[in-house]
Write a protein that binds this ligand. Structure first.
Ligand SMILES: Cc1ncc(COP(=O)(O)O)c(C=O)c1O
Length: 356
């Protein structure tokens, strides 16, 4: 390690960074490894004010998102992707070297990475055998931590297993942990099953936080725009910590168009198409000899357990199809996550699987 590297914080020296799909890379022409949307709309950009700093929280997107989520504008914070929301929550509510977050693996990797980079501890309560949240164990862990666990991250649809939350059990957990810990429901993929959102619980529970993104169903992963939904008390605290100009002006312009009534219609049409493609894929995959398990179908991805995932992964790679490999993650042996693409991409995926 160079002398400059030795200057870095010890936790950063030891850190293995999150391997995003882009960092892992791949070779091919069918990209099904990052849960992105397969299509892209066009947007108008006005460059006449690029010399000015953007608004701290651009009202046109805050108001549009509030209307879309059926909440008040002061219950919404916009961030650079949902990833920034996760980090700002940790920096706002967790004392470095003292507090912890609680995660339920296997789940999205950024909760742990963000905690690590902030010097915040990580407690784990594994998902149950069927990959649902073990609410009683989570409640017990929060209560036993003597105030150390400040944030519980739950993900629904859970990336990568697709499991959802149970509203009644979540409400009970929120009540039991009120005043002790925030319960974050990461709804990055909720547009694919909007009836299962937990936003209606926000009015009753000050400790519920919901994170959202335009990266998935809205097909805008490139612009890095996310949202935090919670009671005003939480939003105000996060507003003290977040960067002074979190959302670039051009991003706000694009996001406002995506959240207009036309934009929402395009998004909802996309969801219908992708949910249908997912069902077709799931039905076909279930019949294959090389498949041992198909996980719940809730987001724009499908986790599949194969008899020999290394062979399947190689066959995809040989055919120029890039998937996300979960085989080396605990409890996800032989699992590959397939992002739902357009019908051509799904046909190519099935062609490769059928050739095995
Ligand atoms: C569960 C989950 N939460 C959050 C994110 C990050 O979203 P964003 O692109 O808005 O940072 C992802 C991205 O894959 C995700 O899968």
């Amino acid at each position: 390690m160079s002398t400059i590297q030795q200057l870095a914080r010890k936790t950063v020296q030891a850190l293995t960074p999150y391997l995003s799909a882009r960092r892992i890379g791949g070779r091919g022409d069918v990209w099904l490894n990052a849960n992105e949307a397969p299509d892209c709309s066009t947007y108008q950009l006005d460059s006449s004010n690029l010399n000015r700093y953007p608004e701290f929280q651009p009202p046109q997107i805050i108001n549009a998102y509030a209307a879309y989520a059926k909440l008040n504008s002061n219950q919404i914070l916009t961030t650079r992707g949902a990833d920034e929301s996760i980090e700002v929550l940790i920096r706002t509510f967790c004392e470095a070297e003292i507090d912890s977050i609680l995660i339920c693996p296997p789940t999205y990797g950024m909760y742990a990475i963000s905690a690590e980079t902030c010097g915040v501890g990580i407690q784990q309560v594994a998902l149950q055998t069927n990959f649902d949240v073990d609410y009683e164990a989570v409640e017990a862990a929060v209560l036993a931590s003597n105030g150390q666990v400040k944030i519980v991250f739950l993900c629904a649809p859970n990336n990568p297993t697709g499991n959802m939350l149970d509203k009644q059990k979540l409400a009970k957990l929120l009540t039991a942990t009120a005043g002790k810990a925030l319960i974050v429901a990461d709804e990055a993929y909720i547009e694919f099953c909007p009836e299962l959102s937990q936003t209606d619980l926000i009015a009753e529970h000050e400790n519920l936080v919901i994170t959202r993104t335009l990266s998935k169903a809205f097909a805008l992963a490139s612009i890095r725009c996310g949202f935090t939904l919670a009671q005003t008390s939480v939003i105000e605290m996060m507003g003290k910590v977040i960067a002074p100009y979190p959302v670039p002006g051009p991003v706000a312009q694009i996001a406002a168009q995506a959240l207009s009534s036309d934009g929402l219609e395009i998004m909802r049409d996309r969801v219908v198409v992708l949910n249908n493609n997912r069902q077709v894929l799931a039905n076909a995959v279930r019949k294959l000899d090389c498949v041992t398990e198909v996980f719940p179908t809730t987001g724009n991805f499908l986790l599949v357990r194969f008899k020999d995932s290394a062979k399947v992964f190689q066959a995809f790679a040989d055919d120029g199809i890039i998937m996300r490999d979960f085989a080396n993650k605990p409890r996800l042996e032989n699992c590959v996550r397939i992002t739902i693409g357009n019908s051509d991409e799904m046909s190519r995926t099935l062609k490769t699987l059928n050739s095995l």
